[in-house]
Design a protein around this ligand. Structure first.
Ligand code: C2O
Ligand code: CU
Length: 477
């Protein structure tokens, strides 16, 4: 077994007593967190209302600030939050309307760049890593809301994304359209965001950011919508869940403790062509998966744990990171929802439509995370498709020691194959993050548009992104 720096520290800790992290803060033990799993009530981030609206546009304002919040019972934790909360407020918008969101950086003390992940924004509104908004300034971001999907907004500041997101700068953004709203899927209070993250705390309650020497940040406390291992009371009916992996580095393999399957209905970029029953799925940073669980088959009193059977190369903390939250079936409720057998019109892109194939190798060289051997350079473009071109990108990882969730800005893609085989049934559909696992090679296909200009692509383990597994392509006129 390879001894990582973290493991060496832990070994040292067992020998010598307290664990001292590089920050000088001592990590809190599970007992000291005062959390009993599945006792804290589940909650959802508040929905943000526009400050004003006109015929085509809704205007929102979000202030980024530091705040003291209670995450662990009885302890005060400093977070950096959109409107002072983490996750930030949820924006729910209609396709076809425009949003203008004013992100105000008054007192955060660090520069920010806000990316709405999953939106085909113009380059100047895409949260380009070098497009920094300094303390004392704000920036208005224009979003076209071109299609229905579960998106998220998060910080993207150059070399500081992992820390900024870890400290709290992340929130959900949902676009709905009439076609989707007309489907009989569960709606309203039965349409539930699940923002899953992992954190680690010091004995004084503060968050510890420790990227283990620019490798990965793993926490031992799982939070859902900001609450450690919450307990959600559910009725005996169907629920739609919009799961977002908002973790810095951790990936999950999620399943239900009953062993039952559930219906996967959505991927990163919206509804799947058709629902598919799955018993578990692999889930990396930046990905979104939507699924329906039908609790009507369980008697009142049933407790169902959402479990994580750790995928490879994640630091596992036994008894903690293997469980996410619990659903407690507590009441009956009418249910007029259903999951149609067709969810969305879908035309598969064919390899034969592609005008070219590009290859991107994600690897570690000389202590750096690189793409085709190179680190981020604002002045270099790696690939310049013509507007409207369909291309195949082969993404590969020739290591068994880590995995990379690769994110392409601007476009939605489909997975053609994974190691030469069909993609997993749950990842069929439109996606913008691709789990490139250990020694995996996948081919994705997408059409470049609807905008021209420079856009980033990078690993969404944001520690890797920051150091320096990020590149850019330019869509040419
Ligand atoms: Cu969610 Cu460029 O990232
Ligand atoms: Cu990576």
């Amino acid at each position: 077994m390879k001894i990582t720096r973290r493991k060496a520290l832990q070994l040292g800790a067992f020998a010598g007593g307290a664990l001292l992290l590089p920050t000088g803060l001592e990590r809190i033990s599970y007992a000291q967190t005062a959390v009993n799993k599945f006792t804290l009530p589940f909650r959802r981030p508040p929905v943000l209302q526009p400050v004003r609206s006109d015929a085509q546009t809704d205007y929102y304002e979000i202030t980024m600030r530091k705040a003291q919040v209670e995450i662990l019972p009885g302890k005060s934790t400093e977070i950096w939050g959109y409107n002072g909360i983490t996750p930030g407020p949820t924006i729910i918008q209609r396709a076809g309307r425009q949003s203008v969101v004013r992100f105000i950086n008054n007192s955060l003390g660090v520069p920010t760049s806000t990316h709405l992940h999953g939106m085909a924004s113009l380059p100047q509104y895409d949260g380009y890593a070098e497009d920094l908004t300094f303390p004392g300034y704000y920036k208005d971001y224009y979003y076209p809301n071109n299609r229905a999907a579960t998106l998220w907004y998060h910080d993207h500041a150059i070399h500081a994304t992992a820390r900024n997101v870890y400290m709290g700068l992340a929130g959900m953004y949902i676009v709905q359209d009439q076609t989707e709203l007309d489907l009989p899927l569960p709606k309203g209070e039965y349409d539930v965001p699940l923002i899953i993250q992992d954190k680690q705390f010091a004995t004084n309650g503060s968050l510890i950011f420790d990227d283990q020497g620019e490798k990965s940040q793993f926490g031992d406390v799982i939070v859902v919508n900001g609450v450690p291992w919450p307990r959600m009371e559910v009725a005996r009916r169907k629920y739609r869940f919009r799961a977002l992996n908002g973790s810095i580095s951790r990936s999950y393999q999620l399943s239900l403790s009953t062993g039952d399957s559930f219906l996967m209905i959505g991927t990163d970029a919206g509804l799947k062509p058709a629902p598919v029953a799955v018993k578990n799925f692999r889930f990396a940073s930046g990905e979104r998966y939507e699924f329906v669980i039908d609790f009507s088959k369980y008697p009142i009193g049933t407790q169902i744990i959402l479990r994580n059977t750790n995928p490879k190369n994640n630091d596992e903390y036994s008894g903690r990171t293997n469980e996410i939250m619990r659903f407690d079936v507590v009441r009956d409720a009418p249910d007029d929802s259903s999951v149609p057998s067709q969810l969305r019109a879908f035309t598969p892109l064919l390899a034969s439509q592609a005008v070219r194939t590009r290859e991107f190798r994600y690897e570690r060289t000389n202590g750096l995370w690189v793409i085709n051997g190179k680190v981020w350079d604002v002045n270099r473009v790696d690939g310049a498709p013509q507007f409207g071109d369909i291309e195949i990108w082969r993404l590969y990882n020739n290591s068994g020691g880590w995995f990379h969730p690769i994110h392409l800005h601007l476009i939605d893609c489909q997975i053609l194959d994974r190691n030469g085989r069909a993609p997993f049934s749950y990842e069929v559909g439109w996606k913008d993050v691709f789990y490139v696992g250990e020694n995996e090679s996948i081919r994705v296909i997408g059409k470049f548009g609807p905008n021209t200009g420079k856009y980033m692509q990078h690993c969404h383990n944001t520690v890797h992104e920051d150091h320096d597994m990020m590149s850019q392509f330019e869509v040419l006129q």
